[in-house]
Design a protein around this ligand. Sequence first.
Ligand code: 13P
Length: 255
Amino acid sequence: MNTATRRTVIAGNWKMNKTPSEAAAFVKELAPMVAGKDNCDIVACVPFVCLPAALEAAKGTNVQIGAQNVHFEKSGAFTGEISADMLLDLGVNYVIIGHSERRQYFGETNETVNKRVLAALNAGLKVILCIGELELEREQGITAEILGLQTKIALLGVTAEQLKNVIIAYEPVWAIGTGKTATDEQADEACGIVRDYIKALYGAEAAEATTIQYGGSMNAKNCAGLLAKVNVDGGLIGGASLKAPDFTVIVDAAQ
Ligand code: 13P
């Protein structure tokens, strides 16, 4: 973390877990545990149907609530989809875009990620943009190329001003839900590569100000080492974000 030039963000990605009532109970359990821990932003990205209950439970706390996806059109005949305006109207301020599970299971491409990023930013949401290489790509030594491709296409048309509302989550696909965390050094190196791409696109100051998280089996045990790295500005946490005490340990490590 480099808290002098950028904000640390600890975000949970609940994925398809918890019902609305479980979400409310969880936020009520978590909020007192993280109260006053303001050296990082604390976000829970919950399933769409949990948003109202989670937002209500988070009122008056330092826990912010995000969504896990957003459609790129403003409205219309897109059965089953949710627009940025719908999220904003609820009081949501963060949205995850381009998670590898969306790319893997739901046909998400760099191009649709870019469309969603633009729609979210134009509506005024903060974006957590997920990128990351497959195991094969790492083995082939093309991690940097993949991260460059994903970053550059996702940010096409994003202005320097809008970039201030973009957090990038570096999530190596081989580390997600596998218990196989990237080493502290691998995470730092990859986040540094992404920062270099941001520098090439937007300049040094913007690159230094951009929050770049690590995600992939981050947990209460390994978070301190990862967050100690200069290029790792927080975490996007799956499994360990579903247990309030574990998530709190990660928030504590970011203090
Ligand atoms: P895990 O922490 O469960 O590996 O999930 C990471 C992730 O995909 C967060 O978006």
